[in-house]
Design a protein around this ligand. Sequence first.
Ligand code: HEM
Length: 154
Amino acid sequence: MNIRSIALLAVFAAAASVLAPSAVHAQANPAPAHPELRPVLDEFGGVDGLTVLMDEFMARLLDDARTREFFEFSDQTRVKQQLVEQFCVILGGDCVYSGRSMAESHQGLDIRRGEFNALVEILQEAMDSRGVPFAAQNKLLAKLAPMHREVVTK
Ligand code: HEM
């Protein structure tokens, strides 16, 4: 082995040590769907913050006469978990939404526009109570607003 091939080997070894960890990292953490929104997820306290927020949200939905009847006999644990996944994706996190489509999950529930608006209002109150900054709240609400097309059927 001459001096030139030793030098080349050294270059490859250095390159491998630089490239290898990032290759592993890229596999473990695929690129988020909306990386530009990532700081918004942080303002919700990440997935842990969303989990606490959904507990608060569900408690308020069950406490409100406008929404209680829809959720009291639902699988609340599942709905909260699906909401955490869905909101995490919307906010640019490294999550996968494993639930059903909005049309499928709400078909047959006969949800009116007023009930949709009530749910959005209750979500705002839950976010206020958890101290989510106003601008971050609005970014989430802007993504949820068009969903009335799939959710409202009456
Ligand atoms: C933007 C608004 C809304 C979003 C993002 C949303 C999101 C979701 C998600 C992710 C699920 C779980 C899906 C699954 O289990 O695979 C779900 C289920 C459910 N949602 Fe909504 N939802 C919205 C509006 C509403 C409204 C307005 C009501 C009623 C007032 C409602 C009542 C329910 C009920 C009762 C379930 C459980 C259905 C079942 O277990 O079959 N949702 N929703």
